[in-house]
Design a protein around this ligand. Structure first.
Ligand SMILES: [Zn+2]
Length: 99
């Protein structure tokens, strides 16, 4: 197996969801393996908001899922700049404790 083939196998497509409007942005091809923290934030242009917004990265087999994003979005855990009011781990712990 050549290095080239190995690199292709390690690519995955990440979905991005806007912290301001909650809609799905343009997916980005990423190199797998370099796992960031769950729900990594990245500044991207949102077609719906017509400006650069922080978007949450959702990997195909990552720990952070679309349901997790919707939970944060509905609870208003993102401020007007798209930053988290509470860090993810603290947020999810508090939500689960209140259930
Ligand atoms: Zn948006």
């Amino acid at each position: 197996m050549s290095k080239h083939n190995k690199n292709i196998r390690n690519l995955s497509i990440s979905d991005f969801y806007c912290t301001q409007c909650g809609l799905k942005g343009v997916p980005i091809l990423r190199t797998a393996g370099r796992e960031r923290e769950p729900g990594h934030l990245k500044k991207l242009f949102c077609l719906n908001c017509q400006k650069e917004c922080n978007m949450v990265e959702i990997k195909p087999r990552g720990k952070y899922t679309l349901d997790d994003f919707l939970l944060e979005f509905e609870h208003g855990n993102f401020d007007e700049n798209g930053n988290r009011k509470k860090v993810w781990k603290q947020f999810i712990r508090e939500v689960k404790n209140n259930e």
